[in-house]
Design a protein around this ligand. Structure first.
Ligand code: BTN
Length: 249
């Protein structure tokens, strides 16, 4: 088991993100430690085990103790920025961090999943309260196959099940925070347009057959406004703003 305890992570924190750093060996959800906390931007809450980890769309996020990166970052986005775009930034940062450690290419499955080898290795959730946003990121690192959730709509993997190697969660967390800070600062000044090169090239859904609310089509680009373009069979284009896009196999 590896840990996100402060003494393990501190040597890997290179910027503002991760200061201050709150850690609990176990908690309900790192999101709850930050939401409404009034902490400054870049504050991080991390844990080695969540008893009620929050996923998007009311789902749960489950992982055995010490197997994952489980952290939330406090952000104070400027007024006028569309804060749901933060999920995409979190996805790019997690994809870069996973790629940096495994050497395998990672994509972002709009709006919030990180995919390696067509399987989900990380998820991102953005929740807002009182003009602050809390960005939660979970990365599956050392789970064995039998420790991963089953029956999910997207096949799930860990970095270990994909490469057969073990990774240190603290090193990965430091890399994730550093990459997220760089992307966030760019987005803060210029919006999604300024991080678009990193996003467009990682669009997992591009060209794939999908269904949106049961309507079949083909996914295309993610727009500069963060919406996913889907060309419907039989004509018409949707610009999907939120929710779920199912991949049709
Ligand atoms: C998803 O894929 O639905 C999003 C999952 C987000 C999970 C992370 S783990 C750390 C943070 N705390 C939570 O309760 N959820 C996020």
């Amino acid at each position: 088991m590896s840990t996100l305890a402060p003494e393990a992570v501190a040597p890997h924190v290179r910027g503002r993100f991760g200061k201050p750093y709150a850690w609990e060996p176990e908690c309900e959800s790192t999101q709850l430690l930050l939401l409404g906390s009034g902490l400054p931007e870049g504050a991080v809450a991390a844990t080695d085990h969540q008893t009620a980890g929050r996923g998007r769309l009311g789902r749960v996020w489950e992982a055995p103790p010490g197997s994952s990166v489980l952290l939330s970052v406090m952000l104070h986005p400027p007024a006028g920025r569309h804060w749901p775009e933060l999920s995409l930034l979190g996805g790019i940062a997690a994809a870069e961090a996973v790629e940096g450690m495994t050497g395998l290419s990672a994509q972002v499955k709009w709006p919030n999943d990180v995919m390696v080898d067509r399987r989900k290795v990380a998820g991102v959730i953005a929740e807002a309260r009182d003009a602050t946003a809390v960005l939660g990121i979970g990365i599956n690192v050392t789970q064995a196959r039998e420790e991963l959730p089953v029956g999910t709509s997207t096949e799930v993997a860990s970095m270990r099940t994909i490469t057969g190697r073990a990774y240190d969660v603290a090193t990965l967390a430091g890399s994730l925070l550093y990459r997220l800070e760089r992307l966030y600062d760019t987005w803060r000044h210029g919006g999604l347009r300024d991080v678009y090169a990193e996003l467009g090239s990682r669009n997992f859904l591009f060209g794939r057959r999908v269904a949106v609310d049961g309507r079949p089509g083909t996914a295309a680009a993610i727009g500069h406004d963060g919406r996913l373009e889907v060309h419907l069979d039989g004509g018409g284009t949707l610009h999907v703003e939120s929710g779920e896009v199912a991949v049709v196999r």
